[in-house]
Design a protein around this ligand. Structure first.
Ligand code: FES
Length: 64
């Protein structure tokens, strides 16, 4: 599913970017260009980011 139409970025690309180390929307913007044009994808991109971080394996999860 496309998240960022301006740059043709899909949710899969965002998940892969998070698994590669992205932790903020700024990280995604710097790597993929998400939310750097019209900005309307920022909310959706954050949702995918949060979902992916939330589903990280216990070893990757921050200490509570
Ligand atoms: S849809 Fe992502 S910057 Fe426009």
């Amino acid at each position: 599913m496309y998240i960022c139409l301006c740059h043709g970025i899909t949710d899969s690309q965002i998940r892969n970017c998070v698994r590669a180390g992205a932790r903020t929307l700024g990280d995604l913007s710097g790597t993929l260009g998400v939310a750097t044009q019209c900005g309307s994808c920022a909310t959706s991109a954050c949702e995918v980011l949060d979902q992916t971080l939330g589903s990280a394996t216990p070893a990757d999860a921050p200490a509570a």
